[in-house]
Design a protein around this ligand. Structure first.
Ligand SMILES: [Zn+2]
Length: 364
């Protein structure tokens, strides 16, 4: 990464320096130390007050592990977007971690924009519905989305496939942050993007995706009730009242466990739904809640009821089209994404194509 760039590159874009540094979770002072610069110098470079010469570009490339070309990119850097406007847990996330996640998302957006250049993707079919204009309830909206997508009654078989069939793109990421399960972004010209942490259990992945879908459908503009609305949307989308209500007779923990396997949502989500629909009394709900706590289910529900983890397919297919139809090897893909081979492979689960493996065998 530290070798001299072969051709003269366009000047360093200061925004990319900040993006690269933040994506590595470094404070400006830490990065300056690693670069052998005074923090003031780095600060001026990042603010665009001083330009970065080729020597600094080489150092940036070596320290922050992005190729020299990355620092010349002119891509827009996007802010958090509406879905995070009233996100409660984000308030308690350390600022550096949050900046790292936002930088990571911006870099992923650069990747996706580049990966989609060679691929014809249809406009997504995610409805955008204004509650006030239609005078609908949030549950009406969730039912409308299910109807638009022709989902059969009952449990949603796979949330990831439903979103991807409607043209959304689910991108597994490593947020490494207890406060953040998923974040979504609407960037004009790209499919609606759903970034999800790849360590989530199956039920949680479905719930967080349904919640982000709620934001995508309902919240072009933020409003103070948007978090509750996204949760209500997810509840009706995954557990439609009409079909689940009759199943909430005589709720016990064992019954919640059985229902979890059918509806593929957590026992906790089912218990909350039963309470919200008035199928169990507040006392009963409290009793079951306490029983779940005492059994340790609030931390980890029993493994025997685990919901299979849904695998996003679209991003995988986009990578495969590059490999199989466009002849991209791992080296080409890593160049396209401005990552070294190892990071490209890790981030996008790239399985070397057959021709690459053959070549490697021949080389040995
Ligand atoms: Zn939310």
């Amino acid at each position: 990464m530290s070798e001299q760039p072969a051709k003269e590159l366009p000047p360093v874009n200061h925004e990319m320096v900040t993006l690269a540094r933040e994506s590595r979770g470094l404070l400006q002072s830490q990065a300056a130390k690693l670069l052998g610069l005074y923090q003031g110098r780095l600060s001026k470079i990042e603010s665009g007050l001083t330009s970065a010469d080729e020597d600094i570009r080489r150092k940036l490339s070596a320290v922050l592990c992005y190729p020299p070309e990355f620092f010349s990119l002119k891509n827009s850097v996007f802010g958090p977007g509406t879905s995070e406007f009233f996100h409660r847990k984000l308030q308690s996330t350390p600022a550096r971690k949050l900046r790292q996640i936002h930088a990571e998302i911006n870099i992923r957006i650069i990747h996706i924009e580049r990966l989609l250049r060679a691929i014809d993707i249809e406009k997504d079919n995610i409805p955008r519905i204004d509650l006030e204009e239609r005078r609908w309830s949030v549950s009406d909206v969730a039912r409308a989305v299910r109807a638009t997508w022709n989902l059969p009654p009952g449990p949603v078989q796979t949330v990831v496939n439903s979103i991807e069939a409607a043209g959304g793109l689910v991108i597994p990421c490593k947020f490494d942050c207890v406060n953040i399960d998923a974040l979504s972004r609407y960037i004009p010209g790209l499919p609606h993007l759903f970034f999800v942490d790849d360590s989530l259990l199956g039920d949680r992945l479905r719930m967080t995706l349904a919640h982000e879908l709620g934001h995508a459908v309902l919240h072009r503009l933020p409003n103070p009730d948007m978090e509750d609305q996204a949760f209500q949307f997810a509840a009706e989308f995954l557990m439609p009242e009409k079909e689940i209500r009759p199943q909430f007779d005589q709720v016990t923990l064992a019954k919640l466990g059985t229902m979890k396997q059918v509806w593929k949502v957590s026992m906790a989500a089912l218990l909350k739904r039963a309470g919200d629909l008035g199928k169990i009394s507040p006392d009963m709900k409290r009793y079951l809640w306490t029983k779940m706590s005492k059994s340790g289910y609030r931390t980890r529900e029993p493994a025997e009821f685990d919901v299979p983890i849904e695998e996003p397919r679209m991003l995988k297919q986009i990578i495969e089209v590059h490999q199989n139809d466009l002849g991209y090897g791992l080296g080409d893909l890593s160049k396209l994404l401005f990552l070294d081979k190892e990071e490209a492979q890790l981030k996008y689960n790239i399985v070397p194509s057959k021709t690459e493996s053959k070549l490697r065998l021949r080389a040995i």
